[in-house]
Design a protein around this ligand. Structure first.
Ligand code: ADP
Ligand code: MG
Length: 657
């Protein structure tokens, strides 16, 4: 039968810069279950160092420590945390209560690291009753006296029914009346069978113990048992527990994770202003991502709308070279298209759906005493459907009108406004280049394409334009509608070959050119893509800046709460528990900043579209992206501070001033 606690020649040295402090130098000691041990000695004699090693808050540099027969040197950090959680309760001189929680939450804190399911409020209140504080359960530590705070700490040490209580100067910060009360509680616990190991430098306090160990300069100089007090008999089997199993529970089990979330929000809310300011960067970043993406999407959508009105699958064949080559472009450098060309192109049935010749020129249009210079377009019958030019007010030309060179005109919105103001133009007679025309429709509004007003136009039958108005015997160009977008390239080369042959052009003669809308489409989409990329990277930069802000605050928070981390580790938090706690906190901050930012961004887009009339389109993608990115920012920038916190050693963290 091994002893409960057994130290063999234990050494502990601290390195402070160049010098070495020998805190323990060869301590051997056994403690049996049920003992009440006081460790005494002058300040600096190594009492706390010894207690920390016994309580697994620290490990020996040299020598062996066995707890219930298990060698501590072979236990992992997490296993030791599990043992602290299951077997030990700690009481410190500085109480180490968490100020932002009420005392019930403080007392039940060890349970969140136990892997056992439940709220444990009842257990916490029961322990508070044991130390006489059941009337104060709604209070926070700040509202209690020192003696009461220490009683809360004792209740916390008891909440998991530990076998051993470690107390380091538990009455060091208390007056004699409160000291006596605390000692009575410890005495009572000893009477119930708890093992108590207590550090003190006061004789009156040590007098409560049944065994007094005196230390000087890191060694034990005396070890006395009070006469008449025998160590209680160890009941065999009572101390058996799975020392290696206790540290292995999953982080996700039994609502432990939800507990972290609740605690993270408690911590965030404890520093409202600071949390808000640090979240502001993320908030602004996300809001701008949302608003900018909405603007980009809006611009894209309105451009696509415009493209659609230009007609899809369109080829435009124009006389003249695509490249302007100055002097090289002589009189013979343009191909003169005729209706025969249009008919031939239209006969390419598998490739071409429609073909329509157009002729362009200048038009001077007069109505009453008003006159207006505009561009004149002569078109064929199919042009109306191909280019979405069929009037919604009035009507399109008939085939007959086009064949018989009728003097009918469709005017653009701008022309209608200039000449007719509020009058209805349909049926009115106007003069176009001194020839009388009847207005039969108003072309649908198209807006501007670059600097050019697409509504400043007069459309007449192509034949009328050529032979009556402009006096031209050839077309300016041909519009072709391809049967499907996939066939555009093939159609272009077929038509090109056909024109070369018909007009007997040399192979490299480019006195005409064929353009398709995909070029324009590609140009537009690459423009909007560049714009989105630019806007996106500005927003991304602000997210990074916001993330650095979060990291800064988390680092401050880790430093500020070093002692809290120490305490959590002392009561059994494992590395991952601490890490997760801080990660959840930073992700909690960035995600809540992100969500507020999303609302703000949507609000800004709405205001932009409502008051400034900009085209905006909030996309679900941007919302999802923003949420994901703010969460990632939290993880990325929270990871380092969280690691830093998790890597702290319990003793060092507890000591931190
Ligand atoms: P006691 O509790 O008896 O006052 P401690 O065990 O706290 O003594 O300290 C023993 C010696 O070790 C002291 O000289 C102290 O300064 C030194 N010491 C304790 N902890 C540390 C530490 N973390 N770093 C450096 N020196 C330490
Ligand atoms: Mg000490």
């Amino acid at each position: 039968m091994s002893s409960m606690l057994e130290l063999v020649d234990v050494h502990r040295t601290y390195l402070i810069g160049e010098s070495t402090v020998y805190a323990l130098r060869g301590v051997s000691l056994t403690i049996e279950q049920g003992e009440f041990v006081a460790i005494m000695g002058a300040s600096g004699s190594g009492k706390s160092s010894l207690l920390q090693i016994l309580g697994l808050l620290d490990n020996p540099d040299k020598g062996e420590y066995r707890i219930f027969g298990n060698n501590v040197n072979t236990m992992t950090e997490d296993e030791q945390a599990g043992v602290r959680n299951n077997v030990a309760g700690f009481v410190f001189q500085q109480f180490h209560l968490l100020k932002r929680m009420d005392i019930v939450d403080n007392v039940r804190l060890p349970y969140i690291y136990s892997g056992i399911k439940g709220s444990f409020r009842r257990e916490a209140i029961e322990r508070l009753r044991m130390v006489g504080l059941e009337q104060r359960i709604d209070h926070t530590p700040n509202q209690l006296s020192g003696g009461e705070q220490q009683r809360v700490a004792i209740a916390r040490a008891l909440v998991r029914d530990p076998l051993i209580i470690f107390a380091d100067e538990p009455t060091g910060n208390l007056d004699s009346k409160n000291s006596a009360e605390i000692m009575k509680i410890l005495q009572g616990l000893h009477a119930e069978g708890k093992t108590i190991i207590m550090v003190t430098h006061e004789n009156e306090i040590a007098a409560y113990a049944g065994r007094v160990i005196t230390m000087r300069d890191g060694v034990i100089v005396a070890d006395e048992r009070k006469p008449g007090i025998m160590p209680p008999v160890v009941v065999a089997g009572e101390i058996g527990f799975d020392i290696h199993g206790s540290g292995k529970g999953s982080l996700w089990q039994d609502g432990r994770f939800m507990g972290f979330i609740a605690q993270a929000f408690q911590a965030i809310l404890a520093n409202k202003m600071r949390s808000f300011l640090s979240v502001l960067g993320i908030l602004v970043g996300v809001a701008s991502v949302i608003a900018m993406m909405a603007l980009g999407e809006g611009a894209k959508a309105s451009m696509q709308e415009q493209l659609k009105s230009m007609g899809s699958n369109m080829l435009s064949i124009r006389a003249g070279s695509a490249k302007i080559r100055g002097a090289a472009q002589g009189a013979g450098a343009v191909t003169r298209f005729t209706f025969a060309d249009v008919d031939d192109i239209a006969s390419l049935r598998t490739l071409v759906k429609n073909a329509s010749g157009v002729v362009n020129g200048a038009g001077r249009i007069v109505f009453g005493n008003k006159n207006w210079s505009t561009s004149l377009t002569g078109v064929g019958y199919d042009y109306g459907t191909m280019r979405a030019a069929i009037p919604s007010v009035g009507r399109w030309f008939t085939r007959e009108e086009i064949q018989t060179r009728d003097k009918v005109a469709i005017i653009g919105v701008t022309v209608a406004k200039q000449l007719f103001n509020n009058m209805n133009p349909i049926g009115k007679t106007v003069k176009i280049n001194r020839i009388n025309f009847t207005v039969i429709g108003i072309a649908p509004a198209k807006g501007f394409s670059g600097p050019q007003d697409e509504d400043d136009v007069v459309i007449v039958p192509v034949t009328t334009a050529m032979y009556r108005v402009l006096g031209k015997s050839y077309l300016s160009g041909i519009f072709v509608e391809v049967t499907s977008p996939a066939l555009i390239e093939q159609t272009k080369s077929t038509i090109s070959g056909m024109i070369h042959k018909r007009h007997r052009l040399k192979v490299d003669d480019d006195s005409f050119n064929i353009r398709d809308m995909t070029e324009i489409q590609q140009m537009l989409s690459s423009t909007t893509q560049t714009m989105s990329l630019l806007l996106g990277s500005i927003a991304a930069i602000s997210l990074v800046v916001g993330g650095i802000g979060i990291m800064n605050i988390m680092l401050v928070s880790v430093t500020e709460r070093t002692r809290e981390i120490g305490l959590r580790k002392a009561i059994g938090a494992r590395k991952n528990d601490i890490m997760l706690q801080f990660l959840v906190e930073s992700v909690g901050m960035t995600v809540s900043g992100g969500l507020i930012g999303i609302l703000l961004g949507i609000g800004i887009s709405f205001i932009l579209s409502f008051f400034a009339g900009w085209a905006v389109k909030t996309s679900l993608i941007s919302v999802v992206l923003a949420t994901a990115f703010s969460a990632l920012t939290g993880i990325f920038f929270g990871l380092w501070p969280a690691r830093k916190a998790a890597d702290l050693k319990p003793v060092e963290a507890l000591r931190y001033e």
